[in-house]
Design a protein. Structure first.
Length: 257
């Protein structure tokens, strides 16, 4: 698959469309998850770009893998309202006509798993075998592994961590015993949910890949806010912090492709 199917006019046409939406004031974020604008056919980076709710239209119209459309759309809702206005255009401009974008998700997945600053491996205790499990999944992406059995084995290892008694018993205690909330528990469990989805996407594809970066985002938000009683502004701050990091990394990979 070639970006924009190798045709400059496809890129130009969609950039012009986005500029028209911007001039009309039609690029904006929802005020809340329940905002009625979310149901609008022109809400969100993907819908504005291809005039469809179906993210696979990125592959049909633009020659861009669906998973990159998923990530672009999630970033749109995470960054500041001012940055969101320019984000769909910035995303498209970063992609060269004719580029092969098939390697962008594997590199992005490797980053979200084991990056020294943002990788979910940083949320996992070093006192057990957990960190090598996440590193193994990252290595499968680096090596462009084709054997389904290796991805399955890696997913099962990560899945065992998510469902292990040491997590489940502590989670039950949090529910039954007042004042026992353990933030690090939920951060670590969510990190392993991201690892499970990242491993599953190695043989299942886009849908699991989408969940990998969703759990990645949640782990960072849980890690950033002090507790459940934190003011809403703290959640917004955490969401924007990781949204900006995702945007920066995605653009870097798109431009290099």
């Amino acid at each position: 698959m070639q970006a924009f199917h190798g045709k400059e006019d496809i890129k130009t046409t969609h950039l012009k469309r986005l500029q028209e939406h911007k001039d009309a004031g039609e690029i904006y974020q929802a005020d809340s998850p329940d905002d009625e604008h979310i149901d609008n056919d022109l809400y969100g980076a993907v819908r504005l770009t291809v005039h469809s709710r179906d993210h696979r239209e990125y592959e049909r119209q633009l020659g861009i893998p669906k998973i990159l459309a998923d990530i672009e759309d999630s970033i749109f809702d995470q960054i500041s309202p001012t940055e969101a206005v320019d984000w769909p255009e910035t995303f498209l401009e970063a992609i060269k006509v004719g580029a092969d974008l098939s390697g962008v998700w594997p590199k992005f997945a490797h980053w979200l798993l084991v990056d020294p600053t943002f990788g979910i491996v940083n949320f996992v205790s070093g006192a057990n075998k957990s960190r090598p499990i996440i590193q193994r999944i990252a290595d499968l992406y680096s090596n462009e592994e084709k054997q389904k059995i290796k991805w399955l084995e890696a997913k099962r290892s990560a899945q065992w961590e998510v469902w292990s008694p040491r997590y489940r018993l502590r989670a039950l205690a949090d529910l039954l015993i007042p004042r026992t909330f353990n933030k690090s528990l939920y951060v670590e469990m969510t990190a392993f949910e991201a690892a499970c989805s990242a491993a599953a996407s190695g043989y299942k594809g886009d849908e699991e890949a989408k969940w990998a970066h969703i759990y990645f985002t949640r782990a960072h938000i849980y890690n950033y806010v002090p507790d459940y009683s934190a003011p809403w502004e703290k959640y917004v701050e955490a969401n924007r912090r990781i949204g900006n990091a995702k945007a920066e990394k995605l653009l870097e990979l798109l431009r290099a492709a």
